[in-house]
Design a binder for this molecule. Structure first.
Ligand code: ZN
Length: 413
């Protein structure tokens, strides 16, 4: 359950608020029995709830960051406890709450829609999720919005606030309407993820999802795969009507953090496939003539992401690029507390690297170069887009040749 902390304050002294939190996480990680675990867990959850209501993001991030480099198991316990507390706020004794996300991968050479959804469509998605994904005990309230990744709550406390708002609405059986006017603008990508977001309430202790309760006639439970298949069949049609011109792949709806991580993982392969198809069309060259250069990008002593630069045979210019971030448990071994190491000597992540290579071959790209050097996380100073490696190992801005068939609405990064 590895997550990467966001800031670099790991060596600074812990604040008076962060210290007790870090201690609780360490005690939980060191617990010697289920009984003791339960004891510390309860204390940790009780400490987190008011922090999430009180805009304590800095303290949470500082504590996570400190534990990440000093006690990895405690870090993992704390990260998991924060996510759980955010997704399932305590709103009385009678109902359990879960903040739910239903992700969909999309690709289109035009804009991928996001933002407001009409009333009738919200009702339709609610009914379809209720019927195909959720247990009969569950009551779902969906927001009237299709979220892009830029529009998801950007901090733990913001997500917790949304969970409380939606959770209370689910308990009260009322609708929630989000003010979609002032949301951050969505950057346009060739392929991206969109999310339906809502909250589920169930009577305390009851299951929320179909795969927890619904059985076949022979008594075996419905698997997550079967639930996903049913959701894809029905939800796919409904989503297509609000996302015209997009190729869609629906992912399993689940608790917000789990659903987002799984969607982010899948989105990487999805965007490699989309890129190959797109380049073939836009440049009018067969995939055999497309060259892919794969480089590992390092931050604070660890591989943060791979970047794939696409070029056309005989020309070192990068025409398109894909970022392949490492997610969750993919961050190799436990990090070294000393971050500032020689970037050249950093380890590789052979599992991910061979996954990328296999995928590139699968989409028909034969000219693949895996670069040995490690690159710093560099971005274009003007537009902020990532720089991609070319076959010679130089970092470049991705730019399509001027005569390519690119719709005007499309950004390349
Ligand atoms: Zn730029």
């Amino acid at each position: 359950m590895r997550r990467k902390p966001l800031n670099t304050a790991s060596r600074s002294k812990l604040s008076k608020y962060a210290k007790p939190l870090a201690n609780l996480a360490i005690l939980l990680a060191d617990a010697g029995s289920r009984l003791e675990r339960r004891f510390w867990k309860k204390k940790l959850f009780a400490a987190l709830a008011p922090m999430l209501e009180g805009r304590s993001d800095t303290t949470l991030m500082q504590t996570l960051d400190h534990l990440y480099s000093t006690n990895y198991r405690a870090y993992d316990e704390l990260a998991f406890a924060i996510e759980n507390t955010v997704e399932s706020p305590e709103l009385g004794q009678e109902e359990d709450i879960l903040l739910l996300a239903a992700p969909v991968l999309a690709w289109s050479t035009y804009n991928i829609p996001s933002g407001k959804i009409e009333e009738a469509t919200v009702a339709e998605f609610t009914a379809l999720l209720q019927k195909n994904v959720l247990s009969d005990h569950a009551h779902l309230v969906l927001t009237n919005m299709l979220f892009s990744p830029d529009q998801l709550p950007e901090s733990y406390t913001a997500a917790a606030e949304l969970a409380r708002q939606l959770g209370q609405a689910a308990i009260d059986r009322v609708k929630v309407r989000i003010d979609t006017e002032n949301l951050p603008a969505t950057q346009s990508f060739l392929s991206d993820v969109r999310y339906l977001i809502g909250a589920v309430s169930v009577p305390a202790g009851q299951p929320a999802f179909k795969w927890q309760v619904e059985a076949h006639s022979n008594g075996t439970l419905l698997s997550k795969e079967e639930v996903l298949t049913n959701w894809r069949l029905t939800g796919g049609q409904a989503l297509q009507t609000i996302m015209p011109g997009c190729l869609l792949e629906l992912m399993l709806p689940n608790g917000l953090y789990n659903a987002c991580r799984e969607a982010e993982k899948e989105a990487r392969a999805y965007s490699v496939r989309a890129s190959a198809a797109f380049l073939e069309t836009a440049l009018d060259v067969p995939t055999q003539k497309i060259h892919a250069s794969v480089g590992a990008f390092v931050d604070r002593g660890e591989i943060e992401e791979y970047r794939i630069g696409f070029s056309v045979e005989g020309n070192a210019d990068i025409v398109h690029g894909v970022v392949w971030p490492l997610i969750g448990e993919e961050y190799g071994n436990e990090p070294d507390p000393v971050y500032e190491k020689d970037i050249e000597s950093e380890p590789d992540n052979p599992v991910i690297r061979s996954k990328i290579e296999a995928l590139l071959k699968e989409v028909g790209i034969r000219q693949i170069k895996v670069l040995e050097e490690r690159f710093p996380l560099e971005y274009c100073e003007d537009c902020g887009s990532p720089l991609y490696p070319n076959p010679e190992g130089e970092l470049m801005h991705a730019e399509l040749p001027e005569d390519s068939e690119l719709p005007n609405s499309m950004h390349l990064h």
